[in-house]
Design a protein around this ligand. Structure first.
Ligand code: MN
Length: 324
């Protein structure tokens, strides 16, 4: 099966990494313990397991010489680093040159200076340390802070690990969670290579992109609380004002409860959401909230459609901030 993958510029690197992993009896996966690193590991372990490659995962707060030494002591022949590793190529290259393990790296951080690395293990790519199984957007002119995260790099690798049984496109939802968690959304929206991942997730039916209020807690918070606690764009008479938020919603003619339960944003019909969004924008304008602030009230949302309705697991930003 030949495919250029979701990020064509990284296709050759992804293929080299996938070939090396397929040749391994077992793989030790080391990943960063933050939202992007955890989703990176979830993507990589899923793809490796589906490809029939045994994998064990370890998480590290930071990857320093002592941590890399402890990884080498595990006596795995093949180590996959996700969401870190590029910036530690100086240390990793020493271990590779000593024959401690073969390294595969899927990362988006700035690689080490080649002069600091073991010359037998790395080459120089535009002043960055590099080698064959190094999957990093920066080495191909893609911005690693806004266009592809660690989870995105892991997803590109996962797509290259596709088997007869699966193309791994369902993992795009996790890649989007990682990118959002890595604060890569530009003006509330994923751009560049990240946008390609969103498209793959939509095509695989695991992701929906929409325009919506960009408030936290839309799936679970009672409506008055949703508005009361939404303080990133303070709206006079609503933000930090429970009675004011309730009065505002009642003034729009909404039913705030269904039976005895508070309704959430997720419970509203499209028409009701439109009513609330318009009402909020109108109130903000009337009370003199600056236009550039008001714009941020409405943003692009990424919904994980495979997750149950009414849980924060459906909302990519909520998953990043609360569950990881
Ligand atoms: Mn990251």
């Amino acid at each position: 099966m030949t495919t250029t993958g979701p990020v064509p510029a990284l296709a050759d690197r992804a293929a080299a990494c996938a070939d090396r992993l397929r040749a391994a009896d077992r793989v030790l996966l080391a990943s960063h313990i933050d939202a992007d690193g955890l989703t990176s590991a979830a993507i990589a372990t899923a793809a490796l397991s589906r490809a029939g490659i045994p994998v064990e995962t370890v998480f590290k707060k930071q990857l320093d010489a002592a941590e890399i030494e402890s990884i080498a002591a595990r006596e795995y022949d093949t180590v996959l680093f996700t969401d870190f590793g590029s910036g530690q190529l100086d240390v990793i290259s020493e271990h590779v040159a000593a024959g401690d393990f073969e390294a595969i790296i899927a990362d988006h951080h700035q690689p080490s200076d080649p002069d600091d690395c073991h010359p037998d293990a790395v080459v120089d790519t535009d002043g960055y340390a590099d080698f064959e199984t190094h999957l990093n957007p920066l080495l191909e002119g893609i911005n690693g802070a806004s266009e592809l995260s660690g989870a995105g790099a892991a997803y590109v690798l996962a797509r290259a690990l596709s088997t007869e049984g699966t193309d791994n496109r369902d993992l795009a939802a996790l890649a989007v969670v990682g990118a959002v968690g890595d604060m890569q959304a530009v003006g509330g929206e994923l751009v560049g290579a990240n946008a390609g991942l969103v498209e793959e997730g939509i095509a695989a039916d695991v992701l929906e992109e929409g325009t919506d209020l960009s408030l936290y807690g839309k799936q679970t918070r009672p409506l008055p609380k949703l508005l009361e606690y939404a303080t990133e764009v303070p709206i006079p008479g609503i933000s930090n004002d429970q009675a004011g938020a309730t009065r505002f919603l009642e003034g729009l003619g909404l039913d705030l409860k269904s039976d005895d339960d508070w309704r959430t944003w997720a419970d509203l019909s499209d028409d009701e959401r439109q009513t609330v969004a318009s009402g909020l924008v109108q109130r903000a304008v009337e009370r003199g909230v600056p236009a550039d602030k008001i714009e941020t009230l409405i943003g692009t949302t990424y919904t994980l459609t495979a997750e149950p309705r009414g849980t924060e697991l459906r909302d990519a930003s909520a998953v990043s901030y609360t569950h990881l």
